[in-house]
Ligand binder design. Structure first.
Ligand SMILES: Cc1ncc(COP(=O)(O)O)c(C=O)c1O
Length: 501
């Protein structure tokens, strides 16, 4: 007789969501996060109903739906199992069919992410989950003036199709803007994009084909993982240290596989907050040049710096055109205007413009002109200074609250820029995915760490956007998180004492 796996599930009995749906969500998240692995046997419906003090029909319905979705499989007389290719456990329970497509586990975590983000939006929840700067930082008054001024000045022209490369004066302003960061380029090499995200997507579309491999740091930005999955690009993540991607491992991988593109965030990496020192930036460039592999540099947090020395972007050190630089005015000004840019040399540039035109014809002209108007007013430096001072205050509050409330054995980075605290929870308690529902019930949400990994590890990691809330909320949210962890860890200790179901 096979033993079943113990399920740690915390239901919200007062919530609006029916119990069986909560159960589906919990089990699905535990499968997607890797907490429940292919081949594991679930408790019998009667036993789980008893354990959770719910009706058996709720469990039966939940199992049935999860079977229909392909997450679970039933084997007459033996019970209910997590579906999938199974590995060693799967061989035991799935017989010879364990590689069939119908048994494949979903490879993308998007469903749990969507549910996670949805829950984080519940009223009263302090959410550290997202990647946006706080709304009260947005230059609302300047934007209103900008739109009025642009409409007054350009009228219908501001509402016409724009050139795919972007609004000419904005391309010039971006050239000037990045020259202050050390990037020497021409306006002809600037392409205005729908946010940094579109810049990344255009580069991936133009340099890679289905089945090609993109090398990233591991963990990396979730948005790039999403792009790769939707475009059917293989991802290979290389571990990183607090100085960025491990160059020795990268070199070995390049020698063996010669990938087509390397994506990195040298400044204030998302999610780890790491910053790559100058000598390593140069080494990375040498490596890329030696092997003729383009680098996609994501610099969206480059200027969110409140401590430490300013490092030049890779593009500022690039004298061969091997680096394509993407960034935007989203984290430092306004995410919703969707204005980003990329800087690329020939022959990449021309191809990128064609891909951009095919994607959306052009970035909205009114938004481009409004951002151009704001840049022309020279106010961006003031916003940056104010925002970065406040981010530092919030970072300090987060470090202090983490010290006070996070369970012993947790550790985290000390970011000098960017928005994120990258936390490792002690392995003696719940994983970040297991903790999530209890945390939301306590009024706090975060990003589950393993979604940032290319290989689904990092179960005990969580990412906190400390920039999103003022210090008092940070203190309150971290206190709630600490309480949620202790509550669940105590449940775990109890369950460890209980006999297996
Ligand atoms: C590393 C990184 N790159 C790109 C983006 C997307 O930024 P944008 O809003 O400019 O498209 C984000 C957003 O969170 C990010 O964290």
């Amino acid at each position: 007789m096979l033993n079943s796996t113990k399920l740690n599930i915390n239901l919200d009995r007062d919530g609006e969501e029916p119990i069986y749906r909560q159960l589906i969500r919990h089990i699905r998240m535990q499968i997607e996060s890797g907490t429940l692995r292919a081949g594991m046997r679930l408790p019998a419906s009667r036993d789980l109903a008893k354990q959770l003090n719910i009706s058996r029909i709720s469990v039966v319905n939940a199992y049935a739906e999860l079977r229909a979705e392909g997450y679970l499989s039933a084997h007459a007389g033996r019970g209910t199992f997590v579906a999938g290719d199974g590995g060693s456990n799967g061989a035991e329970v799935n017989g010879s069919n364990n590689n069939s497509a119908e048994n494949e586990l979903p490879t993308t975590p998007d469903r749990s992410i969507r549910e996670m983000m949805h829950m984080a939006r519940k009223p009263g929840v302090i959410s550290f989950a997202g990647g946006a700067p706080p709304k009260d930082f947005f230059p609302v008054t300047h934007l209103r003036e900008a739109i009025n001024a642009v409409m007054e000045r350009d009228g219908a022209q501001a509402l016409a199709y724009e050139m795919p490369e972007g609004y000419g004066p904005l391309r010039v302003a971006v050239r000037d803007y990045v020259s202050a960061l050390g990037i020497r380029t021409h306006a002809d090499n600037v392409l205005i994009t729908g946010g940094t995200q579109q810049g990344i997507d255009l580069v991936i579309q133009s340099l890679l084909s289905e089945g090609d491999t993109l090398v990233t740091e591991n963990p990396t930005y979730l948005g790039v993982i999403d792009i790769a999955r939707t475009r059917r690009i293989q991802l290979h993540g290389i571990s990183s240290s607090n100085e960025g991607i491990r160059l020795d491992m990268l070199e070995n991988y390049i020698l063996d596989h010669h990938p087509k593109l390397i994506y990195v965030m040298p400044s204030y990496q998302n999610p780890t907050g790491s910053i790559m020192p100058l000598h390593r930036r140069r080494q990375l460039l040498n490596l890329a040049n030696d092997h003729k592999i383009p680098i996609l540099e994501d610099a969206v947090y480059h200027e969110v710096r409140f401590e430490g020395e300013q490092q030049p972007p890779l593009k500022a050190l690039d004298d061969t055109g091997i680096v394509i630089h993407v960034s935007g005015f989203t984290k430092i000004l306004l995410p919703g205007m969707r204005i980003g840019y990329l800087i690329a040399d020939s022959p990449h540039y021309e191809r990128l413009v064609r891909v951009k035109q095919a994607a959306d014809i052009a970035t909205p002209g009114l938004n481009q002109r409004a951002i151009h108007w704001i840049l022309e007013r020279g106010v961006i430096a003031q916003y940056l200074e104010r925002n970065n001072n406040e981010f530092k205050r919030r970072r300090d509050a987060a470090l202090e609250a983490a010290d006070k409330y996070f369970p012993p054995g947790s550790c985290w980075n000390v970011p000098q820029g960017g928005l994120y605290l990258w936390i490792a929870l002690p392995k003696t308690g719940p994983t970040a995915a297991e903790l999530y529902i209890t945390a939301v019930q306590h009024g706090v949400a975060y990003a589950i760490g393993n979604v940032f990994y290319t290989d689904n590890c990092g179960s005990y990691r969580m990412r906190i956007n400390y920039g999103a809330h003022p210090p008092a909320e940070i203190e309150k949210g971290f206190r709630a998180l600490g309480r949620a962890w202790r509550e669940l860890a105590a449940d775990y200790a109890e369950m460890d004492k209980a006999p297996l179901l």
